[in-house]
Design a protein around this ligand. Sequence first.
Ligand code: HEM
Length: 403
Amino acid sequence: MTLFKIAVAVLALMSVVMQPAGGLAQTPTDSRAATGGAQTLEDILARQRGEKIDDAFRRNATGSDAAAADISQQLGTLGGASDPELWRALRFGSARVTATSRGPATDVVIQDSGMAWLKFRKGPLAHWGGYLLLGMLGVLALFYALRGKIRLDGQPAGQTILRFSAVERFAHWLLAGSFVLLGVTGLLTLFGRVAIIPLIGKDAFAPIAIAGKWLHNNVAWAFMMGLVMVTILWIAQNLPNRHDLKWLALGGGLFVRGVHPPARKFNAGQKIIFWSVLIFGISISATGLSLLFPFELPMFAATFTKLNALGLPQMFGFGELPGTLGPYQEMQLAQAWHSIVAFLFMAIILAHIYLGTVGMQGAFDAMGNGTVDVQWAKEHHGLWYDEVMQEDANPASTRTPAE
Ligand code: HEM
């Protein structure tokens, strides 16, 4: 019996030793054939590494009527597609689906891009967005600790001049008020589950979440109105001019006492804020409208096609972006982009609010009651002050256009 066991063991060992080079671990040259056309270990590992795989072998494996057994034969009533093939066709959107309810996305039975979107929203978006805002608060606190409040170098003159008319102030506060509400309610929507529910519980959070959503959806219109008004009122004065380079080279005089680079109504720093508000404002409004009217305003596939034609994504190593997207993918991208822009926008506005309040003596009055001290005007917007004085001395003269 023992001899027999030894003989079997020797035979088994020999069969292993005599395997061709590569032995047991060798993969067939056509790995797809080895899995009968299904996905291979390489495909699975590549997907786990987050790499893109060519899934045509699954996307197109959705059965065929030609392969169906004749109706008179056994199993002939089952048609030419097996259950897995039917599910695949549903998943990849090639099945012929009709739905009784009408709407752009009602015939989408399965969509699997939702998981990637959910992971992005809970992961990188929430983490990096949160770090960005906290980082900006940290930078501002540090700046305040090192530089303190930017005070007037000279003595206040006690005399004021008009800086922003009532219409300008109305437009600004419409934009600012709505922005703050949108920011707070947006953050509540993203972070409520992790930050508020553990504190007050689900029942107490539910009405807050509902009110927040209602506010966010409706206050958006005030923001868009404010954006249009501010653009019309201020765009001409925010065109770049030759003084901007000097202002930027001197850091706007923000870091050193007694330095006051010349500026007209808006300095280069304010112009950066203005153009950021305009560009981010348009982008966040467009994606916001797309989210407000689900599936009615898809814009990403068309934008990607235009960007591909310009060669921009390829230039930055993203390859060609998809030119066709399902209705849910459009919505997921709209939400993702809306939030990315919102975080960048909020970070910039935090710096703006800092300078408009605690950061600079006398700045708030400009938007508060519309006037600033003459000394403030001379120090921070010297060229604008000269223009106003000239105009007052000669009311018939017209203002020189932005250089
Ligand atoms: C909520 C607090 C805010 C405060 C206290 C504030 C304060 C101010 C002040 C004092 C000015 C005039 C600066 C000057 O005299 O030169 C100003 C201008 C301006 N604000 Fe605000 N603001 C706030 C929020 C916002 C928001 C949320 C936005 C846009 C979404 C915004 C957009 C602008 C723009 C575009 C200007 C003109 C360019 C500039 O001065 O940077 N502001 N703000």
